[in-house]
Structures are given as C-alpha cells and as structure tokens.
Design a protein around this ligand. Structure first.
Ligand SMILES: *Cc1c(COP(=O)(O)O)cnc(C)c1O
Length: 383
C-alpha cells in the first residue's frame, strides 16, 4: 500500500515566531543583544538553573563547557558511543580524548556502572547523553564523578523537558548543553545553549563564545565607548537576536508539545505490541521522558531493509545512531573495532527512528504502523 508522503519531522513555527522576529528586525541590534539575554533568562528559569549562555550550536556548547572547565590536551573524557558524533567530536575539538563506555542494553543510555572501570589518571570529565529524551541516572553519574573528582557535562540535545528521580537537566552537572538544531524539540534552525550553576563558568563561556572579547557590540553600543580587551583566546559561537526571537515563543509550547508527542507515542505503542519483529527501548521509573524521537528496534527484518521498504511506501525514517566508535575516523584514530561495546553495537544495528513530531496526524501514525506490520510480519519479505 502506498500512502501519502509521511515526513520524518515538521516544525511548528508560525505566526508567533513571525511576530517575534519582526520585533527584532524593527530594532537596531541583529546580533547578540537584549533578545538573546531575554531568552537566556527564560530558558534558565524554566530549568531552575542560575545561568544560561546562548550559542550557535550544542556542539559549540559542549566544546566551550570543556574548555571553560580547563579540559584539553592530555585529558580524557568518558562518554557514550551511542550518540550523535558531535558529543565525541566536541571532546576532540577541545583537544581531549573521548573514552567510551558501553550502554545499557535496554535503554541505550550510558551505563553509570561502567564508568569507574574507565577512569584513569588522565580522566577529567564524564559526558552523559540523555538519549532520545530519557535521562541518564544522574545521581549515580554524579556519585562516580565526586569519587574521582571529575566534572560532569550533560549532552541534553534530546532532553529539555525530562527528569529522573526528581533531577532535571543541569541540576547535578557542572554544565548542561542543549541543541536548537532544525529537528530538535525546540528549534531556530541552528542554535544551542549552555546552562550552569556557577557564575564564574558562565562568565568564562561568555568570553569564549565571542573571540575572547570582554565586551559585546551591543554593550559598546548601549554603554558608550570604552575599549574592549581580549583576555583569553575565544571562538565565534554567539547566538544572535534573530535566532533568539525564533526560540522565545517556543518556550511556552514546550509542555504542550511534549503532551502531544506523548499522545503520539501512545498511539505507536498500542500497535507496536502486536508487531513481533519490532521492539521498543525501555524507559525508567520516576522518569519524565522528553520523547525527542520515536526509535524502534528492528529484530527480524534487518534495519536497513526496513528503511528501504518504508521509503518505497513514502515513509521517511532516520538512523539514530550507528555506534560511533565504528565510524571510520574513530576506528582509524583510536583503533576501535567491533566487539568493543557490544550493547551499543547491537542497538546501532537495530535502531530506526520513525516519523514523530507534536502535530503529526494520527492517520500517519496508523499508516506507519500498518506499513511496518506488512514489512516485518510478511512471510516472504518483499522489499
Ligand atoms: C543534535 C545533537 C548534537 C549537536 O547539536 P548541534 O546543535 O547540531 O551542534 C549533539 N548531541 C546530540 C545527542 C544531538 O542529537
């Protein structure tokens, strides 16, 4: 059966965002200014964290978190191979070395009980990723970090709305990094943010996001001229007012959009239990799952064949993720091979993200379910 084209994701930006951007265009400051400051305040307040620094991407946030914490060449950072490459490449950008630990077989999240064995004299930080929106066991991660005197930097690209055991993103870490990339739960096309509890860290990140300059163009414009200095080396990672304007109205929709994604996840779930060649990842008790994506595990028909078969039926799907230690660069540079992280590898072979977004029509979910059923339950697979 061929159905309408079913996209993987659609953003819900509209009138509110047009109005918000219009206000910026009518003002004098297009780059980092009061709209960014307003977004930073509201984002931090929403999480209950003291400081937020808005940036050009989550990758930039991860890079600056490490750099501002003094982590660089010669240092090791423990992270997960079941993530987007940016988690690990940010560590390399900072000059440090990523060290992977295997994940929980049923959630795909970093297994906190594997961390201690990976700690060496060079280890300086742990970088957990709240995969697909389910928070990592941050109490355990913090406990290991404290035992060995390590920093914790959260990759929250999938998890603004989540919580676990009463802990929200940013509350038990030194810094938490968010993405506003095109398909994330909140988006401005490209953007990111770092939140932290330390004023000194926030101050460092503010310097590092703008060439290491100690005054922004906006400050020079509004406070009368005084020379800026460059006390440290920095990057060009600042967010501008236009992107912040796109994000501001979305803050009020975060909760509603999560509810809408939950309803769609339930719809998928109802049916999924009948499809025996497909299974779902586990959640964890006392957790609010941010439900960024809707991943399934293809356990009968090979995942790559399912992708092709869905595509034939006009249904888009995405692989999040193949285990990153098996990508050519990581294999070549660090000598990893198959067998190093079996749980991550298995998930990396099986996982497939189905179309999923807050305004996704229920008929589309039913159509995806029906197509999946045809594909994985068919006696002779017709791909
Ligand atoms: C999207 C993503 C990133 C990178 O975010 P950018 O804003 O594109 O830099 C990092 N980590 C994970 C887990 C992601 O999904």
């Amino acid at each position: 059966m061929v159905v309408d084209h079913i996209p993987f994701f659609r953003h819900d930006l509209g009138e509110d965002e047009f109005e918000s951007i219009k206000a910026v265009l009518q003002g004098p400051i297009l780059t980092t200014g009061s709209t960014v400051a307003q977004f930073e305040r509201r984002f931090a307040d929403g999480l209950g964290i003291e400081h937020c620094v808005a940036l050009s991407s989550c990758t930039a946030a991860l890079h600056l978190a490490l750099t501002a914490l003094g982590i660089g060449p010669g240092d090791e950072v423990i992270t997960t191979p079941m993530t987007f490459i940016a988690t690990a490449t940010a560590i390399i950008q900072a000059g440090a070395t990523p060290v992977f630990v295997d994940v929980e077989a049923d959630t795909g999240n970093m297994d906190a009980s594997n961390i201690a064995a990976a700690v060496t004299e060079k280890t300086r930080a742990i970088m957990p990723v709240h995969l697909f929106g389910l928070m990592v066991d941050m109490r355990s991660v913090r406990a290991v970090a404290d035992r060995y005197g390590l920093a914790v930097i959260e990759d929250c690209a999938h998890c603004i709305e989540g919580s676990r055991d009463g802990v929200r993103p940013g509350q038990l870490s030194d810094a938490a990094c968010f993405s506003f990339y095109a398909t994330k739960n909140m988006t401005c096309g490209e953007g990111g943010a770092l939140v932290c509890r330390s004023e000194a860290l926030a101050h460092s990140v503010r310097l590092l996001r703008l060439h290491g300059m100690n005054k922004t163009a906006h400050e020079r414009h509004t406070q009368g001229y005084s020379h800026w200095d460059m006390p440290v080396f920095g990057w060009k990672y600042n967010m501008d007012n236009i992107h912040a304007a796109l994000l501001l109205p979305q803050l009020s929709r975060l909760e509603r959009n999560l509810k809408q994604r939950e309803k769609r996840a339930e719809r998928y779930h109802q049916y999924m239990t009948e499809v025996s060649g497909v299974s779902l990842l586990s959640s964890r008790p006392s957790s609010v799952h941010a439900r960024h994506l809707f991943p399934i595990r293809c356990q009968r028909v090979p995942r790559d064949e399912v992708i092709v078969a869905l595509k034939k039926r006009n249904i888009e799907s995405v692989v999040n993720y193949r285990a990153i230690h098996l990508l050519t660069y990581f294999k070549d540079r660090f000598g990893y091979g198959r067998g190093a992280y079996p749980h991550a590898e298995r998930l990396g072979d099986e996982l497939l993200s189905l179309p999923f977004y807050p305004t996704m029509p229920f008929e589309h979910i039913d159509a995806v379910n029906k197509a999946l059923f045809e594909i994985v339950e068919a006696e002779v697979v017709d791909v």
